[in-house]
Design a protein around this ligand. Structure first.
Ligand code: DGJ
Length: 378
């Protein structure tokens, strides 16, 4: 049998490092890192820095306890988006029971952005406190001088205590918060939700912030998108110049439409968002929306998925988490979604699919295997 020099080299690499080299995306399959281990970065956020992609995500362990943060936030790096090097744990949970970031809390959907003015890497993440389920609904902040960390935990907050959303009408501000008197899911309840009853309820303590993402605009302004108001309405908040706080300027968008898992990108001056509905870890029909400004107003564009009924009803069995702009390729964007496996979260899979545009709308189709040359054909 003849073995070419190249095959010999690849074989040598596999035998000596256990490392597989990828030349394409295989959505939903086991995806090995440079150590031959399935990538462990769920609910991921991606950062491009110095021509390198960084993938931050929830580190999960096996078994149901893996749904809580036992280790922290992991980080991987890649030059080509196919092959990822494990860069370790960017943000570690604490052993100190007095720290809010104590082992056993919940850390979800970590996102990192770089602040050019301060030279700091800023991480925000959905944070739930230990033994409190999803009650706290906070957003946490951590900071580092180095992209791969270590990140230092700074604080967790319910944003905007004592501040009204910019688009909250004066006429609603003094309306009663009579939640106990309205039957849940009744017409009155839904109207009250759309009217922002939860904004009034949470006005003093600060608003709820669950599923989240960050988006940095071309002018350097950063925005924190999060599911608020019991996941019924999205809040979009401008961050301060150093990205370490909320500026106080925020809006409520897609009122009462139950958006989770927001993922935002910009193309030709317009802002697009993918999101999911409210079904826990189970997939649901994806959603999309467009706006002329990150703070909205946002116009729904419907389910972006094109495929079989099953694929459209489940977003290819995933929930959105991020949209990666491809380096050096104009208008090339990759949808990233999670296939959650809450019984054994470490086994969760990743769905990467090219974002296509049809009639001004972003659409997603299933490709069993694809690579970046996809964008050259467009
Ligand atoms: C759906 C969210 O998108 C996930 O991040 C996670 O919070 C689960 N819900 C928990 O049920």
């Amino acid at each position: 049998m003849k073995i070419s020099f190249l095959s010999f080299l690849m074989l040598f690499q596999i035998v000596s490092y256990g490392q597989r080299t990828y030349q394409n995306f295989n959505p939903g399959k086991i995806w090995e890192d440079n150590q031959g281990v399935h990538i462990n970065a769920h609910g991921g956020g991606f950062l491009i820095h110095d021509d390198t992609y960084y993938w931050f995500g929830e580190h999960k362990i096996a078994g149901k306890e893996g749904n809580k943060a036992q280790v922290g936030v992991s980080v991987y790096s890649s030059k080509d988006l196919y092959n990822w090097k494990n860069e370790g744990i960017a943000l570690e949970v604490h052993d100190d029971p007095n720290s809010l970031l104590v082992k056993g809390c919940i850390i979800e959907r970590p996102k990192v952005i770089y602040n050019h003015k301060t030279g700091k890497f800023v991480m925000w993440f959905h944070h739930e406190l230990k033994d409190q389920g999803y009650k706290a609904a906070m957003t946490g902040l951590a900071l580092s001088d180095h992209v791969t960390g270590p990140y230092r935990y700074i604080k967790s907050v319910n944003p905007h205590a004592g501040q009204w959303p910019a688009n909250y009408p004066d006429s609603l501000k003094s309306k009663p918060v009579n939640l106990d008197e309205i039957e849940r899911w009744s017409k009155e309840w839904k109207e009250a939700v759309v009217d922002g009853i939860f904004v009034r309820r949470d006005f003093e303590r600060g608003q709820m912030a669950r599923d989240m993402t960050l988006f940095v605009d071309d002018d350097g302004k950063a925005y924190h998108f999060h599911s608020s108001e019991e996941n019924q309405t999205l809040h979009i908040a401008e961050l301060t110049e150093d990205y370490l706080d909320f500026s106080g300027n925020y809006t409520r968008v897609l009122h009462g439409q139950q958006n989770e898992a927001p993922a935002v990108f910009k193309k030709d001056g317009k802002y697009y968002m993918f999101s999911s509905g409210l079904t826990g870890w189970n997939p649901n029909p994806g959603k999309s929306a467009v706006a002329d400004h990150p703070l909205g107003p946002w116009t729904p564009l419907g389910n972006p998925c094109i495929g079989t009924e099953d694929e459209m009803n489940t977003t290819f069995w995933s929930q959105s988490t991020y949209v990666i702009p491809v380096i050096d390729k104009k208008n090339a964007f990759i949808f990233v979604g999670d296939r959650w496996t809450p019984d054994n979260p470490i086994d969760g899979r990743y769905i990467l699919l090219p974002v296509e545009f049809e009639a001004g709308k972003p659409v997603l189709r299933w490709y069993e295997q694809w690579d970046l040359t996809f964008f050259d054909k467009k």
